[in-house]
Design a protein around this ligand. Structure first.
Ligand SMILES: N[C@@H](CCC(=O)N[C@@H](CS)C(=O)NCC(=O)O)C(=O)O
Length: 228
């Protein structure tokens, strides 16, 4: 059975959504990133980047959420747009936009707003600005069509959903009043039974909730090592 290495964080939750939507059987294996499971040699052999999610499907290993979504969609033939070059171009563009733009900028905005030991106005302004800019691009796209690629619900929507849930943590209060089209997509996907299953998956395992020194060291290793 497909092994799904996960935590309750946004990137793994997108994969849980796909697996539930597609009805694929899977074995959910917790990686408690607050306890440092991501740095254990057995997990690094699966994902050398020491992050979740990752999957092992027979002799195939895939890490990085967009790569996993593309792999699973192509394998099952589900949640993909029409098989035309034009649609594939849009699919790849928006998948890479989420993984190289939305994810990193949203993640850094959350980090500098909530977790950095110092409140650095320059860093907060840069990442919240970029978070807003990326959210604005998604929102404008969703103003034109029901889903990211038009009329059909695809892996791009799942990719956006993973991060859309976090928008208030990225941008602050009022985020959903400002980005109403993102909120519409979020509400629609949240109402799907697969989303409910994806969001409650974490309850099957006991994950550490405290953000204590062990958790900070595991998730932010630069705290222990000054390199610049
Ligand atoms: N580009 C990767 C990013 C993965 C990532 O940042 N995962 C976070 C959870 S959303 C994680 O593993 N954090 C724990 C850590 O950084 O130690 C993806 O899209 O899967």
């Amino acid at each position: 059975m497909l092994k799904f290495y996960y935590s309750a964080a946004p990137n793994p939750t997108k994969i849980a959504l796909f697996l539930e939507e597609a009805g694929l059987p899977y074995d959910a294996i917790p990686v408690d990133t607050r306890k440092g499971d991501q740095h254990k040699p057995a997990y690094l052999a699966i994902n050398p980047n020491a992050k979740v999610p990752a999957i092992v499907d027979g002799d195939v290993t895939v890490f990085d959420s967009s790569a996993i979504l593309l792999y699973l969609a192509e394998k099952t033939g589900k949640f993909l747009p029409a098989r035309t070059d034009k649609a594939r171009g849009e699919l790849l563009s928006w998948m890479f936009f989420v993984s190289s733009g939305v994810g990193p900028y949203f993640g850094q905005a959350v980090h500098f707003r909530n977790y950095a030991p110092e409140k650095l106005p320059y860093a907060i302004n840069r990442y919240v600005f970029e978070g807003q800019r990326h959210a604005g691009i998604l929102d404008a796209r969703l103003a034109k069509s029901k889903y990211m690629l038009g009329d059909a619900y695809t892996i791009v929507d799942m990719n956006v959903w993973g991060w859309a849930r976090l928008l208030p943590n990225v941008i602050g209060e009022g985020a959903f009043d400002r980005y109403r089209n993102i909120k519409r997509l979020l509400d629609e996907i949240n109402a799907r039974p697969a989303a409910q299953k994806a969001l409650t998956l974490k309850d099957r395992h006991k994950f550490k909730t405290e953000m204590d020194q062990e958790a900070l060291n595991a998730m932010f290793p630069h705290l222990k090592e000054k390199v610049a």
